[in-house]
Design a binder for this molecule. Structure first.
Ligand SMILES: [Zn+2]
Length: 268
């Protein structure tokens, strides 16, 4: 448990400050960047939100805390994707359950475990919940990256980003790959170098996935003079290419398609 506090100190400082100032939001989106200890982090967050003693002593444990640990606290509902998406029906049944007052006369909290899996129809259902928030209901949404969450939901959440994991080192090769893809409007597009890094479909699948992650981390930073919007567009192009490469499409054509599409974005 201590690890979570150490690794994500800024996150907990922020939450504790909010609680002390009694200005808790109705909806938080935790942007995880694939932080691997997210389950523990959410559990500790829930304790802070539901157990007032926790504020004075991080290591405090009581009956309530214990129930939260075991995921048996009755006023917390966890929503996981049902198959490939979160279904509208899951949210409707949650709303139904939350019509009953809290068992402990305390907050009612729902945790959306992968908010990137909200589709248009479940997002619309959830919007009703977010637009007319009940006093004591809090939503906690978890997503590896905020830009993968449907806009209308994202705009109603307070986003808290976790600190990035240092273990995810930037490899020089992937960095170079990304530079070639994003900077291909120069006359010296280095196609040979590109083909050296990703000589075939399987190589491309693996390395483009890494490149996409790397690019996510650069959305809000200066990278090749690209705007955040341009970077997001390039990410979605790379995503499309990855999706198509999963099938046995003509590999060279796909790479051409990627370079041309990115060029259209970057010369805007
Ligand atoms: Zn407690």
């Amino acid at each position: 448990m201590e690890d979570v506090f150490k690794e994500q100190q800024i996150f907990f400082d922020f939450i504790i400050n909010e609680l002390k100032n009694k200005k808790i939001s109705h909806a938080y989106l935790i942007e995880t960047y694939d932080y691997d200890n997210i389950d523990n982090l959410v559990t500790e967050l829930l304790k802070f939100l539901l157990c007032s003693d926790k504020l004075n002593d991080y290591s405090h444990e009581c009956k309530i805390c214990h129930l939260i640990d075991k995921k048996e606290y009755p006023d917390i509902k966890y929503i996981r994707p049902d198959g490939s998406s979160i279904k509208k029906e899951q949210l409707l049944s949650l709303m139904d359950e939350f019509k009953n007052k809290s068992m402990y006369n305390n907050k009612q909290i729902y945790v959306i475990e992968d908010a990137t899996k909200l589709n248009q129809s479940s997002a619309n259902t959830m919007l009703k919940f977010l637009e007319e928030p009940e006093e004591n209901i809090i939503a906690i949404l978890i997503a590896n990256n905020r830009y993968k969450v449907i806009d209308t939901i994202l705009s109603r959440c307070q986003v808290i980003s976790l600190q990035k994991n240092d273990k995810c080192e930037e490899s020089e090769e992937i960095n170079e790959l990304l530079n070639i893809i994003c900077d291909n409007n120069k006359n010296f597009l280095d196609l040979d170098k590109l083909m050296e890094i990703i000589p075939d479909r399987l190589n491309a699948l693996d390395k483009l996935k890494q490149a996409e992650k790397l690019l996510f981390n650069r959305i809000n930073n200066k990278y090749l003079n690209l705007t955040s919007a341009q970077i997001i567009s390039i990410i979605s192009i790379i995503e499309t290419v990855i999706e198509r490469l999963e099938f046995n499409v003509n590999y060279k054509l796909m790479i051409d398609y990627m370079l041309i599409s990115v060029l259209e974005v970057t010369k805007q």
